[in-house]
Design a protein around this ligand. Structure first.
Ligand SMILES: [Zn+2]
Length: 299
């Protein structure tokens, strides 16, 4: 379930009529339009990519020496300074069970950011569907998928699809399910050739704690040349792989790592028709790749 937290001040509503027209078009296509309000060059879009923030109501909550609330608090001004067009948190927004109090704390921490940029969220296994929905409104442009909510964000250079792999609260595995896979297959068949990037919380491995229908996901996306990359979190690791020409990007966690060899941080990403440039902003854990960029060329 993607969520959105966007609470722009009055000034942000002063848009040109051309942008307003673009908004209407986006609405009528059934895609998210919030990002269409942004002003970056039409040939690229910049995203701040966070994952696994793991925020608890208790700001003193600590795990492996990391204080997730303090981490997010320190990241927010850095994200604002990076001036992305939008922010995406790829699941495990909450600490363990997605309590209402957890999301209240998330909301408080993200408020300065959400005044300026839309913050999109996918759901992870430590989120709670009803509680997060109560805290943040479901975005416009949700796709019609039974029991799952999926969002498409259309930008001139890139199309982003936010998938929903959340199965059970506080149980590790994830699952897209038949209705979502059918939707994806149909959507990819009918949409134009614009480079398409998927976001899903769960790891793309053959393991009992990963995305259980990952093989079936790849059966669908492999043959669609427009699918260029899949971004995921869950493992709290930072890693790049390529499978059948599709880039797989394991986003680092903001809350904490599971191993000292992994960075704790977030990515800035510039997406163009031809590929993406991703830069690691590490602030704890393994800092050796902090500030380093990786260029991905689309197949
Ligand atoms: Zn996590």
């Amino acid at each position: 379930m993607p969520q959105i937290y966007y609470n722009p001040g009055r000034r942000s509503f002063l848009k040109s009529s051309a942008q307003a027209a673009g908004l209407l078009t986006a609405y009528s296509l059934g895609v998210s339009s919030v990002l269409a309000e942004t002003s970056s060059a039409a040939n690229e879009v910049q995203l701040a990519l966070l994952s696994d923030t793991h925020i608890a109501e208790d700001v003193q909550n600590v795990y492996r020496g990391f204080y997730p609330s303090r981490n997010l608090e320190s990241v927010v001004p850095k994200v604002i300074a990076a001036r992305p067009d939008a922010v995406l948190i790829n699941g495990d927004v909450a600490r363990l069970t997605g309590e209402k109090g957890d999301y209240a704390q998330v909301k408080k921490l993200l408020a300065p950011l959400a005044e300026q940029k839309p913050v999109y969220m996918t759901l992870g296994n430590h989120d709670h569907r009803e509680n997060i929905q109560e805290a943040f409104p479901a975005p416009k442009g949700l796709q019609n998928v039974k029991d799952k909510q999926v969002m498409v964000i259309e930008q001139p250079s890139t199309r982003f699809i936010l998938l929903d792999s959340m199965m059970y609260v506080n149980k590790t595995p994830g699952f897209l399910g038949q209705s979502q896979r059918s939707w994806l297959e149909g959507f990819l068949r009918q949409s134009d050739a614009k480079p398409t990037v998927l976001f899903v919380h769960h790891t793309l491995a053959d393991s009992d704690s990963s995305l259980l229908d990952v093989e079936r996901l790849f059966q669908i996306i492999r043959s669609h040349q427009k699918v260029k990359a899949v971004f995921y979190g869950h493992s709290h690791e930072y890693k790049y792989e390529v499978l059948d020409g599709i880039h797989l990007v394991n986003q680092p966690a903001v809350g904490y790592n599971f191993s000292d060899s992994e960075p704790v941080g977030w990515l800035t990403g510039t997406f163009r028709k031809e590929g993406a440039d991703l830069t690691l902003n590490a602030f704890a854990g393994n800092m050796k790749d902090n500030g380093k960029s990786k260029s991905l060329a689309w197949r």
